[in-house]
Structure formats: structure tokens, C-alpha cells
Design a protein around this ligand. Structure first.
Ligand code: G4P
Length: 201
């Protein structure tokens, strides 16, 4: 998706050979127009997948998930990472290992908002090792819902999340795939070409 790739080129900062900072439009400040376009793009890609529900995880997945839900006219459920005062009963949970934090955390969704009739589209901001997406898929599976697809804004193609999910048979649609962040340069994988851009900040 050219618009997202341009935004990354213009505003992204390479923090290390494995981490891209995009706080100005996704992880801290949010660009609503970009999120709207992203919602439109995912809605187009999954228009014929019979999606009945979007499933994401707090916090950065929520904005693009809501815009996608708006376009597909379906509700959006987000998994919680912490216990909530009101979310106490009938929880479906999954354990998610974070390679960055080197710890397991439990994510949860109320069983009231997912059922065996649902065809779920999982949306998340980054795909690194795929643990968050796998945890969300596990929750959908526990609810006996069908995972119809996984939509990712930024996939880091040099980490193994994408191949893990695709090998499991999931349809993964990533709007921007980064092939490398080495030497402060961001390289994008595209279906036919690969471009390299130097980020100055
Ligand atoms: P995984 O789910 O693919 O296995 O990812 P991992 O555990 O490595 O990532 C943990 C957190 O770091 C997630 O956000 C994920 O979105 C984010 N993340 C991973 N790689 C990058 C990166 O290169 N840049 C940025 N900006 N984020 C990255 P989180 O802690 O759940 O944060 P949030 O959703 O509350 O913002």
C-alpha cells in the first residue's frame, strides 16, 4: 500500500536493525485519514471473505481495526492484555510470549463477543514473531470461530511471524513488508520490486 509505505519513508525512524519507530502516525499519535485508507484497503482485500467480526489486541491494533470494521460494517473486539474491572467472567484466554520483553502474558476476550458462527478477521499493527496473531487465532479457535484472514499494517519480513502464520495456512495480508532495517536503512519488499530508502532521523 503506497500511502503507508510513503508514510513510513517520511516519518519512520530506524531504532535498531530490528525495530522501526512509527509513533507519529500509529503507535502514539494516530493519523485518522491514513487509518481510514487502511480500513478501506483491508475491507477491499477481505470483501468476499464473509467477515462477521474484527479481532485485534490493545492498543495500537484498535485504530486500524475500527476503520476496517466500519468499512465492512461488522463489530470490532479487542483482546485485553490486563485484567479489567468489568471483564471478569466467561473469559477466553491465550498465553502470548513476547520476544522483545522475554515474558509470557495472558490476553483475554469475553466469550460473549465471539461465537462459532463468526468468521474473524484478525488485525494488528506489526507482525514480528507472530505471537500476538497466534494468540488471537487461539482465542478465535477456542470460541470455535473461523479465522478467515489476518491483516497486518507493517510486517517485518526478516522475522519469522509471516512464514509461521502462512505455513499454518492462514491468509496473511500485509500492507507494507519490510525486508531489512540494517544500517539505518529501511528496505521494502514489494510483489515485483524492492526499494531502499535512507531515513534521516
Ligand atoms: P509478535 O507479536 O509479532 O511476536 O511481536 P513482539 O512480541 O516481538 O512485539 C511486542 C510488541 O512490539 C507489540 O506491540 C508489537 O506490535 C510491537 N513491535 C514489534 N516489532 C516492532 C517494531 O519494529 N516497531 C514497533 N513500533 N513496534 C513493534 P505492543 O507492546 O503490544 O504495543 P501496543 O500495541 O500497545 O502499541
Amino acid at each position: 500500500m503506497e500511502l503507508l509505505i510513503e508514510k513510513i519513508k517520511n516519518e519512520g525512524t530506524v531504532l535498531s536493525s530490528s525495530v522501526l519507530k512509527v509513533d507519529s502516525f500509529l503507535n502514539h499519535q494516530i493519523d485518522p485519514r491514513l487509518m481510514d485508507e487502511i480500513g478501506k484497503e483491508f475491507a477491499g482485500r477481505f470483501a468476499h471473505s464473509g467477515i462477521t467480526k474484527i479481532l485485534t489486541i490493545e492498543s495500537s491494533g484498535i485504530a486500524p481495526a475500527v476503520m476496517t470494521g466500519l468499512r465492512l460494517n461488522v463489530p470490532v473486539v479487542f483482546a485485553r492484555k490486563r485484567k479489567s474491572l468489568t471483564l471478569v467472567n466467561d473469559l477466553i484466554t491465550a498465553s502470548v510470549y513476547s520476544f522483545t520483553k522475554e515474558e509470557n502474558s495472558e490476553i483475554s476476550v469475553s466469550s460473549h463477543y465471539l461465537s462459532e458462527d463468526d468468521r474473524v478477521l484478525i488485525i494488528d499493527d506489526f507482525l514480528a514473531n507472530g505471537q500476538a496473531a497466534l494468540g488471537l487465532a487461539e482465542i478465535a479457535n477456542k470460541a470455535k470461530a473461523t479465522v478467515a484472514g489476518i491483516g497486518i499494517l507493517i510486517e517485518k519480513g526478516f522475522q519469522d511471524g509471516g512464514s509461521t502464520l502462512r505455513e499454518k495456512g492462514y491468509r496473511v495480508e500485509s500492507l507494507a513488508i519490510i525486508s531489512s532495517l540494517e544500517n539505518g536503512l529501511v528496505s521494502f519488499e514489494q510483489p515485483t520490486t524492492e526499494t531502499k530508502v535512507e531515513l534521516t532521523r
